[in-house]
Design a protein around this ligand. Structure first.
Ligand code: UD1
Ligand code: CA
Length: 463
């Protein structure tokens, strides 16, 4: 990708509370497909070559700093929060003296594309303007700042709240997105001259536009066509809309790379997930975290996979949940299988309906077809685990391991009371409660012997 970012520092304004979210947590901690919203903005800036990023935090500053600690940004704390102009005043000491351009972005508009960022910089560079502002055209300017032009030139940005009595201003459809490039020297000279709005008492960054005009400096507007990605996130409805936007972009990339979706609108795939060619994704699927899915897999409907690796040719049937697990080539699971952390299913393992596996290795070709719990277990290659088998791994205080050898047959409804071992080639009779070792090749059986008695007639209904 083209980069232009020499001597440029980006300042992201994120000190506000985000009142309209009606939330206990600061707005910029709300997530879009598993990532806090600024993660997208920071990634985009970096991919456009902007490496020096200052994040202005304020409301619940510590929480916000904690969340973005590993994102390679510098923090400035704005306390109290007196407006966007004040936020940039507070950030200025953190801007390196050598910076020629300061790009200001709003933390609550994190979907801006790399192309939009580059276009803004390019225009700023080519015009030598004091301020380059990004605008969009809307049918209804809503709560956004209105761009007031005179003979085509930008004269001012007027805040919606300050224009309550000016219908002609409110009627303007061109609005300020909140992304700008400033000439750093102009910014340093003029920031301290901003005065609070008489209406809201906030210090507006946008008042610098009139100042530039008064000083005969150019203000360059860039009308960006990419409306959907530039609208801010101020409410839960806009957060949901942003999720849809990101989802579509991610799924479009997978479609491009040869993944089939029955309904791409209904699959929620986080940005850290990779999917191999010719894999098919059914509706209502959630793929999260650092999940890797191989080629020729099928992920049926209503499946959730978190931080797991699926090799090629894995088939996941409807309603299964997989967390921090590995599924080798040719594995098939479900419907309604539950693989919990540490489930390690080797090649061609079959795990059927209502089977739960936790912290267990199932070696090649193991079959556990129905209604089973395998926890803290090792199951040897080719072993068949009968319906309703339970590893009793917890004695009320500690977890214990169950070791089952190769080519074992565990009869249905067996309880394996751990710690316990079943040797290779052994056979366990159905309905057994196994508390002692079953040696290799032996038949272990432990259940009450059946007795058949005379049927009493008393109490039976006459026909
Ligand atoms: C702001 C703009 C408006 C523009 C809109 C685009 C101003 C005065 N208004 O309005 O012209 O159309 O963004 O979304 O600039 N913030 C701080 N510290 C503060 C106040 C705000 O860091 O003291 C941050 C907020 O966290 C937010 C951003 O600045 O990320 C914008 O602030 P917000 O209060 O949302 O401004 P808007 O009313 O949306
Ligand atoms: Ca806003």
């Amino acid at each position: 990708m083209e980069t232009l970012a020499n001597n440029l520092t980006a300042v992201i304004l994120a000190a506000g509370q985000g009142t309209r979210m009606k939330s206990k947590k600061p707005k910029v901690l709300h997530e879009i497909l598993g990532r806090p919203m600024l993660a997208y903005l920071i990634d985009t800036l970096k991919s456009a070559g902007v490496d020096d990023i200052v994040l202005v935090v304020g409301h619940q500053a510590e929480r916000v700093q904690e969340a973005y600690r590993d994102y390679g940004v510098r923090f400035v704390v704005q306390e109290p929060q007196l407006g966007t102009g004040h936020a940039v005043q507070v950030a200025m000491p953190a801007v390196p003296p050598a910076a020629g351009t300061v790009m200001v972005l709003c933390g609550d508009a994190p979907l801006i594309s790399g192309d939009s960022i580059l276009a803004l910089q390019r225009l700023h560079k080519s015009t030598g303007a004091a301020i380059t502002i990004q605008t969009i055209e809307l049918a209804d300017g809503a709560h956004y700042g209105r761009v007031v032009r005179e003979a085509g030139q930008v004269k001012a940005i007027v805040q919606c709240k300050d224009a309550k009595d000016c219908p002609e201003i409110l009627a303007i459809g061109e609005i300020n997105t909140g992304a700008y490039c400033f000439d750093a020297a102009f910014l340093k000279e003029n920031l301290s001259r901003l005065a609070p709005s008489p209406v809201t008492r906030e210090i507006y960054l946008t008042d610098l536009i009139q100042m530039a005009r008064e000083q005969g400096r150019a203000v360059a507007p860039l009308v960006d066509p990419d409306r959907d990605n530039l609208l801010g996130i101020n409410s839960r409805a806009e957060l949901a809309a942003a999720t849809q936007t990101i989802k579509r972009a991610i799924n479009a990339r997978h479609l491009d790379r040869g993944v089939t979706f029955i309904d791409p609108e209904s699959a929620y795939i986080e940005s850290g997930v990779t999917i191999g060619q010719d894999t098919t994704i059914y509706p209502n699927v959630y793929l999260q975290g650092q999940t890797v899915i191989g080629e020729d897999c099928v992920i049926e409907a209503s499946v959730k996979i978190v931080d797991s690796t699926l090799e090629n040719n894995v088939y996941v049937k409807m309603g299964s949940v997989i967390t921090q697990s590995r599924l080798a080539a040719g594995v098939d699971i479900g419907p309604c299988a539950h693989l919990r952390p540490g489930a390690d299913l080797r090649q061609r393992v079959h795990v059927g309906n209502f089977v739960e596996v936790k912290k267990s290795v199932l070696h090649e070709g193991v079959k556990a077809g129905h209604l089973t719990y395998l926890g803290d277990a090792e199951v040897g290659a080719g072993t068949n685990v009968g319906a309703g088998t339970i590893t009793c791994n917890y004695d009320g205080e500690q977890k214990h391991r169950t070791i089952i050898g190769e080519k074992v047959f565990i009869g249905s409804n067996t309880a394996l009371v751990a710690p316990v071992t079943v040797g290779a080639g052994a056979y366990v009779g159905a309905g057994s409660t196994i508390t002692k070792e079953v040696p290799p090749g032996k038949l272990g059986i432990s259940r009450a012997r059946q007795v058949n008695k005379e049927r009493r007639l008393i109490g039976t209904k006459k026909k």
